[in-house]
Design a protein around this ligand. Structure first.
Ligand SMILES: [Zn+2]
Length: 265
């Protein structure tokens, strides 16, 4: 008798949980964010992206001729604005970094000052991602300083994924800074729009598999090709029911991550 009752309870519990899983699944829509880096200058792709209806997240380099104007324009168009913070790479020319970059030779106090000034220089900023940075993202002391300033300003941090040995995820978790990692690069310095289109398909696939995904593309030398490729893929995203959203929509706040603690406070 007892055995039968237990079996009955077990089966009912299974049905209930299966039911709720299916229900939750039917409601979930896959989401993808498209961050476009290297805004701030008069380069290819800027005007075309602003004229398009694609809800990109605009990552702007600080202290360039049009950084502030483009941040205001992006905000007016309802696009999310990020600071694209230049961090020293292991290899490359310093001219690639632009004005006031974060380099490993600087004292921590100066690094904090530069991050602070860069944040202040971009109106409507919601988060930060790194421009280059393979050298810096592996450095715990420097990344901690950068993430501490991000936290003070309530900003999220997206790891652009320029080094396999990044300390950003570990430190962001520790400090309680909302963070995420780039999944797919949408272009490179010599990519055609068909390459971008292929990368966008990959982005949609990752989003469907994981529930959400982050792609990063660029304005600049190949900027018009990137715009073209992204625009061509937009209808495919609709067909696949992958929604393009600002990157902040993919991040869990500390409340989402820790509901128990939230209610205790
Ligand atoms: Zn960049």
């Amino acid at each position: 008798m007892m055995k039968k009752l237990l079996l009955f309870l077990f089966i009912s519990a299974s049905i209930v949980s299966l039911g709720s899983i299916n229900y939750a699944h039917a409601k979930e829509v896959a989401k993808a964010a498209i961050i476009i880096d290297d805004f701030g200058g008069d380069v290819k792709g800027v005007d075309e992206f602003f004229e398009s209806d694609i809800p990109i997240t605009v990552a702007i380099m600080p202290f360039l001729a049009e950084s502030e104007v483009q941040a205001e324009l992006a905000h007016e168009k309802g696009l999310e604005v990020m600071l694209h913070l230049p961090l020293q790479p292991k290899k490359g020319k310093s001219s690639w970094l632009g004005p006031n970059p974060i380099t490993a030779d600087l004292p921590i106090e100066e690094i904090k000052k530069r991050v602070e000034a860069a944040i202040e220089s971009i109106p409507h900023v919601k988060g930060i991602n790194n421009h280059m940075g393979s050298r810096i993202v592996e450095d715990e002391d420097i990344m901690r300083a950068i993430l501490e300033v991000a936290k003070e300003h309530n900003l999220y941090f997206i790891d652009s994924g320029t080094s396999g040995n990044t300390v950003i995820p570990k430190l962001a978790e520790e400090l309680g800074v909302p963070w995420a990692m780039r999944d797919v690069f949408l272009d490179d310095t010599h990519s055609s729009h068909s390459h971008v289109n292929k990368q966008m398909k990959k982005l949609a696939k990752v989003a469907q598999k994981k529930g959400s995904a982050i792609g990063i593309g660029h304005v600049g030398i190949r900027g018009t090709e990137t715009v073209k490729g992204v625009k061509q893929s937009a209808t495919q995203f609709q067909e696949k029911q992958v929604e393009i959203v600002p990157v902040s929509h993919l991040l869990k706040s500390s409340i989402d991550k820790n509901p128990d603690k939230f209610w205790q406070n």
